[in-house]
Write a protein that binds this ligand. Structure first.
Ligand SMILES: [Zn+2]
Length: 258
């Protein structure tokens, strides 16, 4: 059973502090300790889901986990959106876009060479969540951030895989872990959150923070720098995409229950 708490206790030394919304409800304000590292499943997810947070927290490192390419021509999502049939060329286009968008937000990109679902046929036959987990652990041990942000893991199998790998690492971790709502997926159906919450391990509690917003023009501008992704992402869910540009970022702190 997973507990998705609307709000929870503030642990000593935690950076969250209580604030109140218009209804007098007490929520936590997101103020993570620096340095901050954000894990992104694909080359654009951190900006879609956390663009306003990144803008307000410059010098964040954004590690895109599934940013690799097999050494082959491949017909699929990446070639279709970039116009590059050779996989390394397609991913090179997408990395360039990521660099531009993160430059705009004063964040630093790091790209891991793991493969996204488009290239699933070229993955090793071993459990890929374990491969992802091993690579993320290696990066964190080197970077030693204080705060790590990971996707909640909605809808897309890649997002779920990265999220599962991260929740496994978050238990009894030396770093403070947070989950962010995958956008625009989180706008598709509110029941998704409950369903995903119900799969979180029993000894993990998610403590919710106040909704995180920002200037809509900032996120739209950052997203527009993903030239190959802007139109297809918006086309797949225009309402959700526009809501994502306006804000609606949601975050939870991961707590291990003893
Ligand atoms: Zn994605």
């Amino acid at each position: 059973m997973i507990t998705v708490a609307k709000w929870g206790p503030i642990q000593s030394g935690d950076q969250g502090r209580r604030c109140f919304n218009g209804n007098g409800e007490s929520l936590l304000k997101l103020e993570p300790l620096e340095p901050v590292l954000v894990l992104s499943s694909h080359l654009d997810d951190a900006v879609l889901s956390c663009g306003h947070f990144l803008y307000a927290n410059p010098l964040t490192t954004v590690v895109t986990v599934l940013a690799g390419a097999p050494d082959t021509n491949h017909e699929g999502y990446n070639s279709k959106t970039t116009g590059k049939p050779y996989a390394p060329d397609a991913i090179s286009v997408r990395r360039d876009e990521d660099r531009q968008a993160l430059d705009y937000l004063s964040a630093t990109p790091v790209w891991l060479d793991l493969l996204d679902a488009d290239y699933a046929a070229y993955r090793p036959s071993t459990n890929y969540v374990e491969v992802i987990q091993g690579e993320i652990a290696r990066v964190l041990n080197k970077a030693r951030p204080k705060s790590v942000f990971a996707p909640l893991g909605l809808i897309h199998a890649d997002h779920l895989a990265v999220s599962e790998a991260c929740i496994g690492l978050a238990v009894n971790s030396p770093f403070t872990w947070y989950l962010y709502m995958d956008l625009p997926y989180g706008f598709a159906d509110r029941r998704l959150l409950l369903r995903r919450g119900a799969t979180v391990p029993q000894h993990v509690q998610l403590v919710e923070f106040n909704l995180y917003g920002g200037e809509p023009g900032i996120k739209r501008r950052a997203m527009s720098l993903y030239a190959s992704q802007y139109a297809p992402t918006r086309q797949s869910s225009p309402k959700g995409f526009d809501a994502t540009m306006r804000g609606g970022e949601r975050y939870w702190r991961v707590e291990t229950l003893r």
